[in-house]
Design a protein around this ligand. Structure first.
Ligand SMILES: Nc1ncnc2c1ncn2[C@@H]1O[C@H](COP(=O)(O)OP(=O)(O)OP(=O)(O)O)[C@@H](O)[C@H]1O
Length: 641
């Protein structure tokens, strides 16, 4: 914390508008503190005979309707005006921000209803809400502050909800959930910290709105009551003679405007100081349910699956996994009865076109499905713990210690506001109870394992200070922190350039070799999968259509796998011959049909393929399984080659 504060003043000052903001803050603070004492007497001295006088030595900016010094009143009113605006902003923040953040993190139904409620509340002008509250509580500061605060709180709620929802969907939130970061920490260190910058900007704007609303209410006579006065009250007593003595109205108006500018600039400077990229740049400048068995419609044949999966111990066992999204009629079946074992120490590739359910299957295992997903599974076991029936704590403990996820986009996989060292050590400090020094020692060792140079320095850096490849290495190091039994790598190289892709794949393979960590490698790229994986699972529209060893990749059985392979370009591809394409497109209508989902695009489809879903059946070769009528009804001699 101390270290963070070091760069903070520099970052605040690095904002181009910071000098003006600080000047205004200093001026308003001084005037607010000394105002009532220094100008209080002149401000209340009534001289009706001197009403609406122009500037003079006695009253530099003229007088109001009762002959009082306009400048003295404006200066003396500073303290109360600012305090009321700040109090109303605090009320709006305390109500709006937590409500918005919690709604943003809630399930889709709560989120929808809250968004509607906030939308309705936004349609009611804040000043009307304030007038209503004042009518209930009677005129006075308390009713006005509460009224204005409540009136503008929907603005804060809307901003906080939108920001929290967008953060909740980022990979680093998912990664933090997998490693078992507590809800409180998720809220403070992940959501609030990452929404602080725009929220503070919003609070600056909200303070400006409060200031104007408070002044307007006092101007209308329902806010600050005599003998007290704020800028709204000063404006009230000067506006009558706007055309003959404009200074009486312009002076408090100018004070309101300047204070509004101060709030906005201050919000901007503070928000900027929370952005680590700017902070560091500034610093450098200075220094330098368990469900029913799924896939009822298909002969899933658990027995044959068990028979075909060899006897190696499985880190994960999935049977009859089904996942749906949406509600009512607009339901999308993303996973439609998946049976899968991930063996200890293997690199298992999952391939298939976009939308085939690869990621959703992995997310279901990692307990990271979004709230809009409905999952059913006969078995969803990780290291012997049935995740489908285990309680939340048991599930979290099982996953947090031994399962890690490396996501596609290294930009969004790490919390941008927390240093690499802290992110890497979070899991082992929370779960293994390691002290800071030992945790940092382990983090340094893991960064070395994944080939990051100067690991000590990396631990002190923020994610934006690393390149994409370095960030992905850091993600893998983070995944390795608690010696996981399984790493889910969901297209971990897609966002990287080709040379870096190769390095990241090598790191994953080395980790697998060295520590025997199983890797579930999700990819579109059959060439890469064929190169690095021991076994390959091919998915099509939410189903597994083929499981095969790498050695069998030259002679797959399923027409879809053959078509995918035909579309791979390598150095042996004849540039003169046209590329193979798979005709048609995978679509929801295919997934809804009772038959094989690939039948509409399959060159070998028979009548039976369109009406009956083939189950995953053993083929020739150990562990080779295929779901295809053309293969499983072929004569056995043909099947065994
Ligand atoms: N949060 C979600 N809400 C609604 N539908 C979703 C959601 N996540 C995934 N889906 C749907 O589930 C299906 C499977 O998605 P999934 O992400 O698993 O596919 P994928 O094979 O991993 O594709 P890609 O390779 O493009 O990532 C798709 O039809 C997708 O639209």
């Amino acid at each position: 914390m101390r270290r963070r504060l070091r760069g903070l003043p520099a970052a605040v000052l690095s904002s181009p508008t910071a000098p003006l903001a600080l000047l205004l803050v200093a001026a308003f603070v001084v005037i607010g503190v000394i105002g009532p004492g220094v100008w209080g007497d002149a401000a209340v001295k009534v001289r009706p005979d001197l009403a609406y006088q122009g500037p003079s030595a006695r009253a530099l900016l003229g007088t109001d309707s009762l002959g009082r010094d306009v400048l003295a009143r404006t200066l003396a009113a500073t303290r109360l005006s600012l305090l009321l605006a700040i109090a109303a902003t605090c009320v709006a923040t305390v109500i709006g921000v937590p409500a918005g953040v919690l709604a943003g993190l809630a399930g889709p139904r709560v989120r929808r209803w809250t968004a509607r409620g906030v939308g309705l509340a936004l349609a009611v002008p804040g000043i009307l809400v304030a007038l209503f509250l004042i009518a209930v509580t009677g005129p006075g500061n308390l009713g006005m502050v509460l009224g204005v605060g409540i009136g503008i709180s929907p603005l804060f709620a809307r901003a906080a909800q939108t920001l929290a929802t967008s953060i909740a969907e980022l990979d680093y939130m998912a990664a933090a959930k997998v490693i078992g970061v507590s809800r409180r920490r998720l809220l403070t260190r992940y959501v609030l910290l990452n929404t602080a910058e725009p929220l503070i900007l919003q609070i600056g704007v909200g303070a400006n709105l409060s200031l104007v609303a408070v002044a307007a209410l006092s101007y209308l006579g329902v806010g600050v009551q005599a003998p007290d006065y704020d800028w709204g009250a000063v404006l009230h007593s000067g506006l009558e003679a706007l055309y003959t003595s404009p200074l009486a109205a312009i002076t408090p108006g100018a004070a309101i405007t300047l204070a509004g500018v101060m709030f906005s600039l201050l919000g901007e400077a503070i928000a900027r100081s929370l952005n680590p990229a700017l902070r560091i740049a500034a610093g450098r400048k200075e220094r330098t349910p368990r469900g029913t068995p799924a896939n009822d419609d298909a002969p899933t044949a658990e027995k044959s699956v068990e028979a075909a999966m060899d006897n190696a111990p499985a880190v994960a066992r999935i049977r009859g996994l089904q996942v749906e999204f949406g509600h009512g009629r607009s339901t999308v079946a993303a996973v439609r009865g998946v049976d899968l074992d991930i063996r200890a120490g293997e690199v298992l590739g999952v391939v298939g076109e976009s939308g085939s359910g690869k990621s959703v299957t992995a997310l279901a295992l990692a307990g990271l499905l979004p709230p809009s997903a409905r999952m059913r599974a006969a078995t969803l076991e990780f290291q012997g713990v049935d995740l489908a029936t285990a309680g939340r704590r048991a599930r979290r403990a099982a996953l947090a210690n031994r399962l890690s996820v490396v996501f596609q986009d290294p930009m969004s996989s790490l919390n941008p506001l927390i240093r690499i060292g802290r992110q890497l050590t979070e899991r082992v400090r929370v779960h293994d109870g390691l002290d800071r020094a030992s945790a940092l020692g382990r983090a340094e060792e893991r960064l070395t394992t994944v080939g990051l140079s100067a690991p000590k320095r990396r631990l002190r850096q923020y994610p934006h200070e690393l390149s994409g490849g370095m960030r992905q290495r850091a993600m893998i190091a983070m995944a390795l922190m608690s010696d996981p039994a399984l790493i889910i790598a969901d297209e971990p190289t897609t966002a990287l350039d080709v040379t870096i892709q190769r390095q990241i794949l090598d790191v994953l393979l080395e980790v697998n070799d060295r520590s025997g960590t199983a890797v579930l490698f999700i990819s579109h790229d059959l060439a890469v999968v064929g190169e690095i994986c021991d076994r390959i699972v091919v998915m099509y529209l939410g189903r597994i259509v083929e499981v095969l060893d790498r050695a069998m990749l030259d002679s797959p059985s399923h027409p879809y796998t053959r078509a995918l392979l035909g579309a791979v370009i390598d150095l042996d591809t004849d540039p003169a011959s046209p590329l193979t394409t798979i005709s048609g497109q995978a679509g929801p209508s295919d997934s809804a049909s009772a038959g094989c989902p690939f039948a509409p695009r399959c060159p070998e489809a028979m009548e039976r393929c369109r009406t009956e879903m083939p189950g995953l059946e053993p083929e020739a070769g150990v562990g080779h399984m295929v779901a295809c009528w053309a293969r499983t009804t072929a004569p056995i001699a043909e099947r065994v080659g």
